[in-house]
Ligand binder design. Structure first.
Ligand code: CUA
Length: 401
């Protein structure tokens, strides 16, 4: 009975209030759909076998549960050893069951391996690279003069209704790329290029997750796939190609200055700040982030932003992070050129709010155990960030729309 409830409730399961969106039982594209069909074929075959075996077992248990006579001296029932017909039939049925499962399995393996031949020319290409513990996405079809391929972190924006070939690599250990509603899982293996493809039939948000144990923060190595319609996708690409912009104290109006409203007392050090309450079904466009805000950023504290930009250098953030057009040129951490226009931070873990960003900057070791920002950035050089510095850094990063 427990199993029935468990199976029946799959799409409603609400682990960590995560809206049940990390489910491969509800598909949003052809690759996940073909994988789901293999699952159903296997479930049906095993269910039929289970019912037949259980029925025979129940019948035998009831029918032969006791002797049919009270005569102590009665001869034992007729004994038999082996039945070639039944044994051969069982072997035959087993082989048939395996062949039945093999057909959809092989078809799905071939289908999911690469974009179908006839659609290959139309396919969009993205290089996904695994890091402990985040994902980098390079867009080889979107070149920026003097820079190379457009690169973003942790949010893979794709055109909806178009096949996307994803080339998979890793810079450290084995990770596995999985977007339950779209496709997966395929390993990102050191010194070896893998690939897969996926397609989101409609615009929308989809959870992704590393699916291969890769160290301390494997469980929180998440990302988000955002599928946009053609026009929105083109706008997203055009915007992402721009270098970072922000205020300078000279051009902003100090009279309208406003500090970010952050309540540090609300930080709960020992709790994850999962971005779970955010509902992917609300279809908030990531484009709204910068559409709402015109350059220059009037109404923000320009001096604070300038101070944050300075701290971004002196606290050595620039050693690992790139902010194209600004001082940051590091490549070992996620690119932050347009960090304020992302929906999440910390590899899909936290909602991109000033509060969560301040918390992430001040206590990275609490939010993501073992993360490199803390272990290599904070500890050896004994860098600490106090609340005032966090406010300035947040103001700067949140100005990078
Ligand atoms: Cu990367 Cu688990």
């Amino acid at each position: 009975l427990a199993a029935v409830f468990l199976l029946a409730g799959c799409s409603q399961l609400n682990f960590w209030q995560m809206d049940g969106h990390q489910t491969s039982m509800v598909t949003a594209g052809p690759v996940a759909e073909s994988q789901l069909q293999v699952f159903y074929a296997t479930v049906w075959v095993t269910a039929i076998i289970f019912v037949v075996v259980a029925a025979v077992l129940t019948y035998a248990t009831i029918k032969f549960k006791a002797r049919t006579t009270d005569d102590e001296n009665a001869p034992p029932p007729e004994q038999s050893h082996g039945n070639p017909l039944i044994e051969l039939s069982l072997i035959g049925v087993s082989v048939l069951a395996l062949v039945f499962i093999a057909f959809p399995t092989l078809r799905a393996i071939w289908f999911t391996y690469d974009v179908p031949e006839e659609e290959r020319e139309n396919a969009y290409v993205i290089d996904a690279i695994g890091y402990q513990w985040w994902f980098k996405f390079d867009y080889p079809m979107e070149q920026i003069d003097g820079v190379g391929a457009l690169s973003v972190a942790n949010e893979m924006v794709i055109p909806a209704g178009r096949p996307v070939r994803v080339n998979l690599r890793t810079v450290d250990v084995i990770h596995s790329f999985w977007v339950p509603k779209l496709a997966g899982k395929v390993d990102m293996t050191p010194n070896r290029g893998n690939h897969m493809w996926l397609q989101a039939d409609e615009p929308g948000y989809f959870w992704g997750q590393c699916a291969e144990y890769c160290g301390d923060s494997h469980a929180v190595m998440r990302f988000r796939v955002i599928a946009l319609n053609e026009a929105d996708f083109a706008e997203w690409v055009a915007h992402k190609k721009l270098p970072a912009r922000t205020v300078t104290p000279e051009i902003a109006d100090p009279a309208r200055a406003e500090r970010p409203q952050i309540t540090f007392a609300s930080f709960k050090r020992n709790e994850y700040g999962f971005s779970d309450k955010w509902d992917p079904r609300s279809q908030v466009s990531p484009l709204d982030n910068w559409r709402q805000q015109q350059f220059p950023h009037e109404g923000e504290d320009a001096a604070l932003i300038a101070q944050g930009r300075k701290l971004f250098q002196t606290k050595t953030c620039i050693a690992c992070h790139t902010v194209r057009g600004h001082e940051g040129m590091g490549i070992t951490g996620p690119e932050l050129t347009h960090i304020a226009s992302q929906t999440t931070i910390a590899a899909g873990l936290l909602e991109n709010t000033p509060e969560q960003m301040a918390r992430w900057i001040m206590h990275p070791e609490v939010v993501k155990p073992g993360n490199k920002m803390y272990t290599t950035g904070y500890v050896p050089s004994e860098i600490t960030i106090d609340q005032d510095e966090a406010l300035a850094l947040v103001a700067y990063l949140q100005s990078l729309k």
